[in-house]
Design a binder for this molecule. Structure first.
Ligand code: CA
Length: 295
């Protein structure tokens, strides 16, 4: 049982916007690498620009993958991306499919995020309000770099406008035209399961009355924000607070209605989630799935 999750290829966890490995002692993937390692998986939680385009982040990821391949002797890796980390992983797989066994999108805004569209309207880049938000995000990213203890390196390039553009529906559509691998061709459908030898998977959650508001989430500020953002969704009422249910689809859709908000899905904050929800198990089950597929 100890080796039930010993996948053939290492698992690489790619964070989303404002992502990190560990701020002081606090991890982005709360309890997830530990659970995977207990099952025998090799896991790398990596740091890339917290605020930048999916293409720039993807190029950084390729350099990291190259290093992991060299260090472990593995030919390929399994990429698991949360939020914008999904597009980042997709970019890397599109560019170097021979290095990637699978791409898994966890609450990835593969069709874009209504929240980003809302911000584009409310905080136009050329307005005083937009410039103030950009400055705030820039300072936040720099503060995070100072506090990062999981994978400290040089200050990674920050581009607020490019990050934002990557996440709007228009930006995501542009990205999908260039990197269509795994993206469903019909709204609500699943995508191709294998493209260029790379397997594509996704899962996501939706904010659900009662179920999401219960348990630890009653004490979790991030859940409050996800609930608030969810109310602003118009195109997709079913969403996790930052990404719509259908927008998250990529490749084989493992599930798209888990009672998990956008932060619950990576077991935030501090493992506080709705009653009965188990986001860590989705990761361990997926590692077992990858192993069974010979990946
Ligand atoms: Ca939570």
């Amino acid at each position: 049982m100890a080796q039930a999750l010993s996948t053939r290829y290492p698992l690489v966890l790619v964070p989303g916007m404002l992502g990190f490995v560990r701020l002081l002692v606090y991890p982005y993937w709360f309890g997830i690498p530990e659970a995977l390692r207990r099952g025998g998986a090799r896991v790398f939680a990596v740091q890339i620009s917290p605020v930048n385009s999916s293409e720039v982040r993807g190029e950084q990821l390729l350099q990291i993958v190259e290093r992991i391949r060299r260090e472990t002797g593995a030919d390929k890796v399994n990429l698991i991306g949360h939020s914008q980390g999904a597009q980042t992983a997709r970019y890397a797989a599109a560019k170097r499919p021979e290095w990637v066994a699978s791409v898994t999108s966890v609450a990835g805004p593969n069709r874009g995020s209504e929240l980003a569209d809302y911000h584009a309207l409310r905080y136009p880049a050329d307005s005083a309000r937009g410039r103030l938000l950009a400055l705030f995000l820039q300072l936040l990213a720099m503060a995070m770099w100072l506090l990062e203890t999981g994978q400290r390196g040089p200050l990674l390039p920050i581009d607020v406008h490019a990050a934002h553009q990557s996440l709007t529906f228009e930006g995501a559509a542009l990205f999908n035209r260039q990197y269509p691998q795994g993206v469903p061709t019909s709204w609500g459908g699943q995508g191709a399961e294998v493209v260029d030898g790379v397997r594509y998977y996704s899962w996501s959650g939706i904010v659900q009355d009662k179920r999401s508001d219960s348990g630890g989430n009653r004490f979790d500020g991030s859940h409050f924000f996800c609930r608030m953002y969810a109310r602003g969704f118009v195109r997709e009422k079913e969403c996790d607070g930052m990404v719509g249910r259908i927008s998250s689809h990529l490749g084989h859709v493992i599930g798209d209605d888990y009672p998990l908000d956008h932060m619950d899905i990576v077991n935030q904050s501090l493992g506080l989630v709705g009653e009965g929800a188990d986001p860590v198990r989705l990761f361990t089950e997926h590692a077992a799935r990858l192993k069974a597929a010979g990946l």
